[in-house]
Write a protein that binds this ligand. Structure first.
Ligand code: ZN
Length: 239
């Protein structure tokens, strides 16, 4: 691997470390922690609301069904009354049957009304809980927006620097061959963010361990285009 390509990789490493530090700073801003806290509250309220809503919907469906039954009973009662008092029915047996019908419908309506009242009692706390959750969610959304603004103000400078670093990195990787970059990324992912390190004297700048002189000799006599890895930490060594 020609030395300029290895030097370019070291520049990518420098930028990646700076990018990691900026991201760390961004994610550890107290304003970011405040947002995470609000998000946890939002999640808890949303979870509660999402179990209350189906319960309320089930009760509301029962209420609607009872109300439809009541409306039907009242409608039938009105119809029977209308016929009874229309003067077209005169047989007393028919009139008695109609009166009995109306009486039975009244009992049914009264029973339905009782059941509707019971359902309304059941529904009331569910509606209240959903309304309270909605209110809380609206307040949390407002708090989150304010926290976002605060975070924006606190992180603006860091974000800007991060943007520049990301741009510089995109430029820097163009000087690094794809397979070397892939090797670096793989090592970096498992080695605490450092995939390439300079060999300073006999010491790997990645793990700070001193190479045995035999190992050092091997590295020094390796072809200049060979990619050398630290024996201790596996990082790509730039020598
Ligand atoms: Zn090492």
């Amino acid at each position: 691997m020609p030395a300029p390509q290895l030097e370019a990789l070291l520049e990518v490493q420098r930028l990646d470390t700076a990018i990691d530090q900026h991201r760390h700073r961004l994610s550890h801003l107290p304003e970011a922690a405040a947002i995470a806290g609000i998000d946890a509250e939002i999640a808890a309220v949303s979870r509660r609301r999402s179990t209350t809503v189906p319960a309320r919907d089930e009760v509301a469906a029962r209420q609607a069904s009872l109300e439809a039954d009541l409306a039907a009973a009242e409608e039938r009662s009105r119809a029977v009354s209308a016929r009874m008092y229309s003067g077209t029915v005169s047989a007393s047996r028919d009139l008695q049957a109609m009166a009995a019908d109306i009486e039975a419908l009244k009992v049914r309506a009264s029973d339905l009304e009782d059941r509707i009242l019971a359902v309304l009692d059941e529904r009331e706390p569910l509606d209240a809980s959903i309304a309270a959750d909605d209110e809380e969610l609206a307040a949390l959304a407002e708090r989150r927006a304010a926290a976002e603004t605060a975070l924006g103000a606190a992180s603006g400078g860091v974000q800007e620097e991060l943007g520049q670093l990301v741009e510089q990195r995109a430029h820097a990787i163009q000087a690094v061959p794809g397979d070397l970059l892939a090797d670096y990324e793989r090592i970096r992912a498992r080695s605490g963010g450092i995939g390439a390190a300079r060999l300073i004297g006999a010491r790997c700048d990645g793990c700070h361990l001193t190479m045995p002189s035999m190992e050092l000799d091997k590295i020094r006599h390796a072809p200049p285009d060979a990619v050398v890895h630290c024996d201790e930490c596996g990082r790509i060594l730039i020598h």
